[in-house]
Design a protein around this ligand. Structure first.
Ligand SMILES: *[C@@H]1O[C@H](CO)[C@@H](O)[C@H](O)[C@H]1NC(C)=O
Ligand SMILES: *[C@@H]1O[C@H](CO)[C@@H](O)[C@H](O)[C@H]1NC(C)=O
Ligand SMILES: *[C@@H]1O[C@H](CO)[C@@H](O)[C@H](O)[C@H]1NC(C)=O
Ligand SMILES: *[C@@H]1O[C@H](CO)[C@@H](O)[C@H](O)[C@H]1NC(C)=O
Ligand SMILES: *[C@@H]1O[C@H](CO)[C@@H](O)[C@H](O)[C@H]1NC(C)=O
Ligand SMILES: *[C@@H]1O[C@H](CO)[C@@H](O)[C@H](O)[C@H]1NC(C)=O
Ligand SMILES: *[C@@H]1O[C@H](CO)[C@@H](O)[C@H](O)[C@H]1NC(C)=O
Ligand SMILES: *[C@@H]1O[C@H](CO)[C@@H](O)[C@H](O)[C@H]1NC(C)=O
Length: 764
C-alpha cells in the first residue's frame, strides 16, 4: 500500500476506535480524559480536588486525580472522568466548559518575494524583540534557519525556558514539549524532547521567522535563498504534536505557557475540531481567546479539506484563519515516450534517468496473481498488487492518485500516476515519479497497448513560471464558517503550494525505501500558508509594538491584494480578503480595532450568559445591554450577510468603527462595488479625521435580491493615499454546501495535512 492509503486507513481507524467505548465499555473503560475549563486565571475559587471529590462521591472506590493544571494564563485542569461525572462538573458554578481531549492533526522561499516582501525590505529595529511562538511538532535546532550569529540575548520581556540541553540560542530562545499520554510503541517513534523528527514544525518555524539561508534547495529543486517573514525575530517552540497527532490537553499547555512566556504572535498549523459548533470547548478557541486577552495575535491554518464548502476550520473571530494559494513557481515533470511524444505532469523528481528509455507497463497488465490480484484490482497499484517479475526494471503506469510505494516495492525504475484531480501540488517520492492528469495520461495507456515494445523515460523536474498565481489551492478549506455564518472565514490567503523551507534531516529516513536526508523540503498545505501570515504579523508588529491583535489582523486584511474571481466560484469563501501584502500592512491608513470587551459582547450575542462571560474575562462587563449584539455588529474587517431565504430579498446592516493610524488630517471616501441587483449604502460616506487615533463610526446597509448563491462586493475607504479594502459577501443557504470532492483526493490531501501521521504510518 502506498503512503497515502496508509494514512487514509489510519484516519479511518481513528474514527472506528472513537466509537468503541460507546458500544463495549465497562465502567472502568468509560474513563476519558476531560479538560475542565474555568476561564480567566483569577477564577480559582473552587479547587479541582473539591470538584472531583464531589462528583466521584457516588463511587468512593475510584478517586479521580487531577492530571494537569492550567494556571499561568487561564484556569482549568485535566482529569480522567466518566461522561456522567463530566456532565456533573459542567453544572458547577465556576466552570465554563468540560470537553474531552481530542486529537488534532497537523495540517519557501520565493514565496516572500512573490507576495512583495523582498529580502532587502526595511526592517524595524524592534524586530529582534518580536517573539514568534510556534505550536507544532518541535524544531530541528541545528538548521541554518535558526543560527543566532550576530543576535543579542533575548529581550527582557522573555520569561520562557528551554527544556533541552544545548538546544536553544539567541534565535531559538525557547523550547518546551508536552505529552499527556503515550501508547506502547510511543518511544520507538518519538524523541522525548522538543526536537522535531517529523519536519513539519521546522518547516513552519523557518517560514515564519527563519534566518536567511543562501543556496538552499531540495536536492537541487527550488534553489535560492530561503528566509522567514520576520527573519530577525526570535522563535519559541511549543511541541504539542507527536507521531499520533496533537492532543487538546497539550495544545492548552502550549498556549498557557506561550502567553505567560511573553511571545508576540502564536502560529498554529493544526487542524481544528470537525463539526465544531460552539466556542470555548476546545483547546484552540480557548487558547487563542486568552492569547488575544494578553495582546497576542494567534494565526491558524484554515484546513486542507477543500474544495468542499463549510470546511474552513479555526474560525474564532479573535484569531486569523489562513487559506493556501499558489505562487508564481510551479514544478513540472515531463515524460517522454519511445515515439518522442512528451507529456507534462507534476512531481518533485530529483532523480536523473539521463534520458534513457525504459520499458513501460500498465499496472492492469501486471497483477500479482499469487496475492489474488487481477487486471482490475491491480490498476491502482495498491499494496502488493503488482507482480515483481513483470514490473522490475520498468516504468509502471498506475491509475488513481497514488502508487509510488508499490512501484518501488516491486522494483520499478519509475512510476507514472494517472490522477483524477487537476492539481498543481507537487510531491516528492523515493523514485522517479510523474503525476499526470487523467486525460493527459490516456494516450500513454493507448501507446502502451498499441506498441510491441513501448518505452518511456521520466525527466528531472523543471521549475516554470506559473502565470495564473495566486490561485487558491484545490485542497484549501472553504467557508462559510460553521460556528458563526456571518463572520467571513478564511480571512486571507498566503502561499501554501510547493513551499521550500528548512526540514528535519531525519524525517524522511524512516519512510519506506527513502534513503535521502533533506535539510530543506518542499511542502504544501494551509500549514505552510499560516506561518506566512504569522511572519507578516510579526513584521507589522515590529513597527507598531503597541497595536492590538485586532489592529494587526485588520491591517493584514484591508491591505491584502484581491484575488481573482476568474476560476474561483467560491469567491471570498476561498480567499477572504485576498493575498497578504506585508509591506502595505505596515501602513494600512485605518484599522478596524477590537478589544476583549468587543469579543465578550460578540459571545454574548452568540448566547453566552453573563455568568459564563465573567468567568472567561475575569471581570464584570458582560452582556450589560438590553439588546444582544449580532455577529454583524462585531467590528470585523470584513462583512458577511446571509439571506434568510434563497432567491429572496435581503436587507441587513452592519455597524463599524475605524481608527485612524495614517495621516493625522485625512478625508476618506467610501467606494463601494456591489453585484447586480444589490444596493450597498454607507452612512456617512465621507469620514474626516483630524488626529491619529481618532475613531469614526459608520453603517453599511445592504439590500437587494439574491440571484446566485453568492454575491461578492467590497467597501474601500480611500483618502488618495491609503485604500482600506474590506470584502463583502452576501450568500444564502445554497452556499453552505457546494463543490464536491472525490474520495481519492481526500487521502491525497492528507499527505500535507497529516504529515505526522504519514510519517509514523510509513515507518510501521
Ligand atoms: C499550577 O499548575 C502547576 C502545574 O502546572 C501545579 O503544580 C500547581 O499546583 C498549580 N497551582 C495551583 C494554585 O493550582
Ligand atoms: C460544517 O458543517 C457541515 C455540515 O454539518 C459538516 O459537513 C462539515 O464537516 C463542517 N465543517 C467543519 C470544518 O467542521
Ligand atoms: C484499488 O482498487 C481496488 C480494487 O479495485 C479497490 O478495492 C481499492 O479500494 C482501490 N484503492 C484505492 C485507493 O482506490
Ligand atoms: C528510525 O527507525 C529506527 C528503527 O526502525 C529507529 O532506531 C530510529 O530511531 C528512527 N529514527 C528516527 C529519527 O525516528
Ligand atoms: C537505499 O539504500 C539501499 C542500500 O544502500 C539501496 O539498496 C536502495 O536502492 C536505496 N533506495 C533508494 C530509494 O535509493
Ligand atoms: C449560564 O449558562 C450556563 C451554561 O450554559 C448555565 O449552566 C448557567 O445556568 C447559566 N446561568 C444563568 C444565570 O443563566
Ligand atoms: C431595510 O430595513 C430597514 C430597517 O429594518 C428599513 O428601514 C429599510 O427601509 C429597509 N430597506 C429596504 C430596501 O427594504
Ligand atoms: C465533500 O462533499 C461530498 C458531497 O458533497 C462528500 O461526499 C465528501 O465526503 C466531502 N468531502 C469532505 C472532505 O468532507
Amino acid at each position: 500500500m502506498d503512503m497515502r492509503s496508509f494514512v487514509g486507513v489510519f484516519v479511518l481507524l481513528i474514527n472506528l476506535t472513537s466509537l468503541l467505548p460507546k458500544c463495549c465499555g465497562t465502567s472502568q473503560d468509560d474513563l476519558k480524559t476531560y479538560i475542565v475549563y474555568m476561564g480567566h486565571k483569577k477564577n480559582n475559587k473552587i479547587s479541582p480536588s473539591f470538584l472531583l471529590q464531589e462528583v466521584a462521591s457516588s463511587n468512593p472506590m475510584l478517586p479521580r486525580k487531577v492530571i494537569a493544571h492550567y494556571n499561568r494564563s487561564f484556569s482549568g485542569f485535566v482529569a480522567e472522568l466518566t461522561e456522567d461525572e463530566a456532565i456533573k462538573i459542567a453544572g458547577y458554578d465556576g466552570v465554563v466548559s468540560v470537553f474531552s481531549s481530542e486529537k488534532r492533526q497537523l495540517l519557501t522561499t520565493r514565496s516572500w518575494d512573490f507576495i512583495g516582501l523582498p529580502q532587502d525590505v526595511e526592517r524595524a529595529q524592534y524586530e529582534s524583540d518580536i517573539i514568534i511562538g510556534v505550536i507544532d511538532s518541535g524544531i530541528w535546532p541545528e538548521s541554518d534557519s535558526f543560527n543566532d550569529e550576530g543576535m543579542s540575548s533575548p529581550p527582557s520581556k522573555w520569561k520562557g525556558t528551554c527544556q533541552a540541553i544545548d538546544f536553544c540560542n539567541n534565535k531559538l530562545i525557547g523550547a518546551r514539549y508536552y505529552k499527556r499520554s503515550f501508547g506502547k510503541d510511543f518511544f520507538e517513534k518519538n524523541m522525548f524532547s522538543p526536537r522535531d523528527i517529523a519536519g513539519h514544525g521546522t518547516h513552519i518555524a523557518s517560514i515564519a521567522a527563519g534566518n536567511l539561508v543562501r543556496m538552499a534547495s531540495m536536492l537541487g529543486l527550488g534553489q535560492g535563498t530561503i528566509r522567514g517573514g520576520a527573519s530577525s525575530a526570535r522563535i519559541a517552540v511549543y511541541k504539542a504534536c507527536w507521531s499520533d497527532g496533537c492532543d487538546d490537553v497539550d495544545i492548552l499547555h502550549a498556549f498557557n505557557d506561550a502567553i505567560a512566556d511573553g511571545v508576540d504572535i502564536i502560529s498554529v498549523s493544526v487542524g481544528g475540531k470537525i463539526n465544531e459548533n460552539i466556542y470555548m470547548e476546545d483547546g484552540l478557541t480557548i487558547g487563542s481567546f486568552h492569547a488575544m486577552q494578553h495582546g497576542i495575535l494567534t494565526v491558524f491554518a484554515g484546513g486542507n479539506s477543500g474544495p468542499n464548502r463549510s470546511s474552513i476550520m479555526n474560525v474564532s473571530p479573535w484569531a486569523m484563519s489562513v487559506a493556501a494559494s499558489t505562487i508564481d513557481r510551479k514544478f513540472v515533470t515531463k515524460v517522454k515516450l519511445g515515439n518522442n511524444r512528451i507529456s507534462e505532469g507534476t512531481s518533485l523528481n530529483t532523480f536523473d534517468l539521463e534520458g534513457k528509455l525504459y520499458p513501460i507497463i500498465y499496472s492492469g497488465d501486471a497483477p500479482n496473481k499469487k496475492a489474488g490480484f487481477d487486471k482490475h484490482s491491480s490498476r491502482n497499484c495498491s499494496s502488493n498488487s503488482l507482480d515483481d517479475n513483470l514490473v522490475k526494471g520498468k516504468i509502471v503506469l498506475c491509475e488513481g492518485n497514488r502508487g509510488a510505494s508499490e512501484a518501488l516495492r516491486a522494483g520499478a525504475v519509475g512510476v507514472l500516476i494517472q490522477g483524477t484531480i487537476s492539481t498543481n501540488v507537487a510531491y516528492n517520492h523515493p523514485l522517479p515519479t510523474c503525476y499526470l492528469y487523467w486525460k493527459d495520461a490516456t494516450h500513454i495507456r493507448k501507446y502502451i497497448h498499441l506498441r510491441k515494445t513501448p518505452t518511456a523515460t521520466i525527466l528531472k523536474t523543471e521549475e516554470l513560471t506559473d502565470t495564473l498565481a495566486p490561485e487558491v489551492a484545490y485542497f484549501s478549506s472553504r467557508g462559510p464558517n460553521n460556528i458563526t455564518l456571518e463572520i467571513l472565514k478564511p480571512d486571507v490567503i498566503g502561499p501554501g503550494v510547493d513551499i521550500i523551507a528548512s526540514w528535519s534531516p531525519v524525517a524522511l529516513s524512516n519512510t519506506s525505501g527513502e534513503n535521502r536526508t533533506l535539510a530543506f523540503n518542499i511542502e504544501s498545505g494551509t500549514s505552510m500558508a499560516c506561518p506566512h501570515v504569522s511572519g507578516a504579523a510579526g513584521y507589522v508588529k515590529s513597527f507598531w509594538p503597541t497595536w492590538s491583535p485586532a489592529a494587526i489582523h485588520s491591517a493584514l486584511m484591508t491591505t491584502a491584494k484581491q484575488a481573482s474571481l476568474a476560476n474561483n466560484h467560491d469567491a471570498e469563501f476561498a480567499y477572504g480578503a485576498g493575498q497578504i501584502d506585508p509591506m502595505k500592512a505596515v501602513n494600512p491608513g485605518l484599522v478596524y480595532d477590537a478589544v476583549e470587551e468587543d469579543y465578550i459582547n460578540f459571545l454574548c450575542g452568540q448566547g453566552y450568559n453573563s455568568t459564563t462571560l465573567k468567568l472567561i474575562s475575569g471581570h464584570d462587563n458582560s452582556c450589560s445591554g438590553e439588546i444582544y449584539p449580532t455577529a454583524r455588529d462585531l467590528n470585523y474587517p470584513s462583512f458577511a450577510l446571509k439571506a434568510p431565504h434563497p432567491k429572496q430579498h435581503v436587507n441587513g446592516s452592519f455597524l463599524r468603527t475605524v481608527t485612524n493610524v495614517g495621516s493625522a488630517r485625512s478625508t476618506y471616501k467610501a467606494i463601494v462595488t456591489a453585484p447586480k441587483g444589490f444596493n450597498i449604502i454607507v452612512k456617512p460616506n465621507v469620514l474626516s479625521f483630524k488626529s491619529v487615533g481618532e475613531r469614526q463610526t459608520f453603517t453599511v446597509t445592504i439590500y437587494g435580491k439574491m440571484k446566485k448563491s453568492i454575491g461578492s462586493a467590497s467597501l474601500v475607504w480611500d483618502d488618495g493615499e491609503f485604500q482600506v479594502r474590506s470584502p463583502i459577501i452576501i450568500f444564502d443557504e445554497r452556499a453552505e454546501t457546494g463543490a464536491g470532492i472525490n474520495l481519492y483526493c481526500i487521502s491525497y490531501i492528507y499527505v500535507a495535512l497529516f504529515y505526522l501521521l504519514f510519517y509514523i504510518i510509513v515507518i510501521q
